[in-house]
Design a binder for this molecule. Sequence first.
Ligand code: S3P
Length: 169
Amino acid sequence: MAQTVVITGFMGCGKSKIARELAARLDVTMVDLDERITARTGRTPAQLIDQDGEHAFRTIETDTLCDVLQSREAGVIALGGGAWIEQANRELIDEYSCASVWLDVPFEVCWARIEYAGEDRPLGRTKNQAAALYERRRPVYQLATFRIRVAGNEELDHLVSAIRSALSV
Ligand code: S3P
C-alpha cells in the first residue's frame, strides 16, 4: 500500500486501537503521533500542554508529524485528537497525499471512554468543556476524505473492514 492513512477523530474515539489493528492487517508500520511526541520530548502531550501551554504543544506536534511523514516510515498514523484541527497539519497530510479517515463516534461514547481511561486530558477535563470542543471540531473532522460512523459497540474487526472497504485496500 503506497498511500499513508491517517486516522483522526475526537479523544476517546479509538484512533490508536483501530490504527494499530488496521496496520497489522495491512502489514504496514503504525505510528501513534502522541507516543512519538512522548518518545521525542520525554513528556506526554498532557504534560506538555499543562507545563508549556497548548500553543507550544501544537508546534511540537506539527514538527513530529512532519518528521514522520518525511521519513515515510508509517503506513498508518494515529493522530492526536487535535492534530487534524490544525490547518498546517492538514496541509502536510495533503502534501504527502495521505488518505484521511475520521472516526465519527457520538460524544457520549467518547466521554464514557475518556472517563473510564482516567488519563489526564487537559483539553477535556470536564464534560461541558469536552462537549463544546467536540461540537467546535466536528466541521473540521468532516474535511477528512473518509468518514466512518462508529456507534461504539462494533467489533474491532468490523471497523477495520469498513475502513479497508472505504479505502479499497
Ligand atoms: C488532544 C488529544 C490527545 C493529545 C493531546 C491533545 C486534543 O490525544 O494529543 O492531549 O487536542 O484533542 P487523544 O485524542 O489520543 O486523546
